[in-house]
Design a protein around this ligand. Structure first.
Ligand SMILES: Cc1ncc(COP(=O)(O)O)c(C=O)c1O
Length: 486
């Protein structure tokens, strides 16, 4: 059939813009080492940019929206000269928040993701990538003690993985059709967690339309673990109110503040007694189950939970975006998320495999990147034994630091410090604030800061493939130096 002249003329008048040809693409990729040198060398010296630098960084980067394209060399030069210097990357002197320490192997895996750009929304999009992703979900479930019909899906991080898990539990447990009627029907669902629970649980409650009014925040004991007695009495009280329906209990395996681990067996008994969904946020501490340190015994029973969240970008040493929602009964996850659409009919298949699933049926996202490969490569390279050793070494390094701090009569070590986290303060309240602020000003050593029971603490989070005793001794020396100068 003849194409209309007019349309053809219009089309031909639009000149195809230049593209980055394959040869050039590979040339830049393979020769970009000098761009990233320093970032790959975890031991390299790096001064952390602080708030004082922000205005300057913004001035370097802020430009008008370009109409005309630039050449690639110029763009790469801007990255090198203006953007990279404004990075704050996490190296062996970074002990703030929960540091990430992606291994080179997992970085290689992650670098393959945009090169192949496989579609992981359904298995027809990429059978082998789907199989790897599903296999990794199965491996991680097994690590955590799940068996049989569990399944899960990767997310951006622990925050949205927790959102997915909480939603799944509410759909499964509430005695009305949540998918049709919504979250609040004749009763308000009530969810229980400790005062050390991560902020993402509150965000999830808000996003699910329940709000903080549906969250009971339970006090913790001296070790910052949920107080089981208080929890019990709150649940019993709520059951007496006909307008409420207690529905979910959230436990922590490795709180962000101090690494504390809730009593899994105690929480499981309560959830069974009151027929509650038992969810565990193990974003930080879950993989410590692999360690040979005694603390792993406290995590051994994590598989009792109905759902678990872990982050591979923490103690599975991958780059970011390794959040994972795992559900003991995978069908409940599928029931919560699967939705049919006419434009996706060719993606439905009626045979059952162990790992080849349509991942969009097991989570929120439809277009999904391939997260499994970075994890698969790490597990292939290190084996469980290697990963276990990396985690165990990190926890012993925290023990070493705790030992040094505990022996120093000027410092108070919080007893809730657990796994790789060490929280401490100066015993003298009068100078503690100054002590902490002095430590914060250090540009080459990043030590975190938090509040426990409204008191200010320094917080050191130890997570890294290359960390060693000398580095930790140096951290201690720096701490001492600071308070000697006050
Ligand atoms: C215990 C815990 N839960 C949830 C999160 C949120 O995870 P993400 O930052 O991957 O969204 C974190 C992050 O550090 C965490 O430590």
């Amino acid at each position: 059939m003849e194409v209309s002249d007019e349309i053809e003329k219009k089309f031909n008048s639009i000149i195809k813009p230049k593209k980055l040809e394959n040869e050039k693409f590979w040339d830049i990729l393979l020769n970009s080492k000098d761009l990233i040198v320093g970032m790959l060398d975890q031991n390299s010296y790096h001064e952390f940019n602080t708030f004082d630098d922000f205005i300057k960084i913004e001035e370097e980067i802020y430009t008008e929206l370009p109409n005309e394209g630039k050449n690639i060399e110029e763009i790469m030069k801007t990255i090198k000269l203006k953007i990279v210097p404004g990075f704050n990357y996490e190296n062996n002197n970074f002990f703030g928040y929960i540091p990430r320490s992606p291994t080179n192997v997992s970085k290689l895996g992650d670098m393959l993701v945009p090169i192949f750009d496989q579609y992981l929304g359904n298995s027809i999009g990429s059978p082998s990538a789907t199989a790897i992703e599903g296999l990794v979900v199965k491996w991680i479930g097994q690590i955590l003690g799940y068996e049989g019909g569990f399944f899960g899906s990767f997310t951006i991080g622990g925050s949205d993985a927790n959102l997915q898990a909480i939603y799944t539990g509410l759909v499964a447990k509430l005695p009305w059709d949540v998918k049709k009627l919504g979250m609040i029907n004749d009763k308000r669902p009530i969810v229980y967690c400790s005062d050390q629970t991560h902020l993402c649980i509150k965000k999830a409650m808000m996003m699910l339309g329940l709000g903080k009014n549906s969250l009971r925040i339970i006090e913790t004991n001296d070790n910052l673990e949920i107080d089981i007695e208080i929890l019990l009495s709150k649940i019993e009280d709520d059951f007496k109110n006909p307008e409420l329906i207690p529905i979910m209990l959230i436990g922590n395996v490795g709180t962000t503040n101090s690494g504390s681990i809730d009593d899994i067996i105690g929480l499981n008994e309560i959830s069974e007694k009151f027929n509650l969904w038992f969810h565990i946020d193990a974003s930080y501490g879950g993989f410590a189950i692999l360690s040979n340190h005694d603390v792993s015994k406290k995590i051994k029973k994590i598989g009792l939970a109905d759902s678990i969240v872990v982050d591979t970008h923490k103690w599975l040493f991958t780059p970011m975006e390794g959040g994972l929602t795992l559900v003991k009964n995978g069908d409940l996850l599928k029931n919560a998320f699967s939705y049919k659409a006419e434009y996706l009919e060719d993606t439905y298949f009626n045979f059952d495999t162990i790992v080849m699933k349509n991942f969009s049926d097991y989570g929120m996202a439809l277009s999904r990147k391939w997260r499994g490969i970075m994890i698969w490569m790490n597990i292939q390279f290190y084996g469980l034994d290697g990963i276990s050793k990396l985690i165990t070494r990190n926890i012993y390094l925290a023990d070493i630091l705790k030992d040094m701090i505990g022996k120093n009569s000027d410092l108070y070590l919080h007893p809730g410090s657990n796994l790789g986290i060490v929280c401490f303060k100066h015993v003298n309240h009068e100078i503690n604030a100054e002590f902490i602020s002095k430590i914060q000003q250090n540009r080459t050593l990043k030590i975190g800061h938090t509040k426990i029971n409204n008191l200010q603490y320094c917080r050191i989070s130890i997570l890294g493939e290359d960390l060693d005793i000398e580095i930790i001794k140096n951290v201690y020396q720096e701490i001492i130096k600071n308070f000697k100068e006050i």
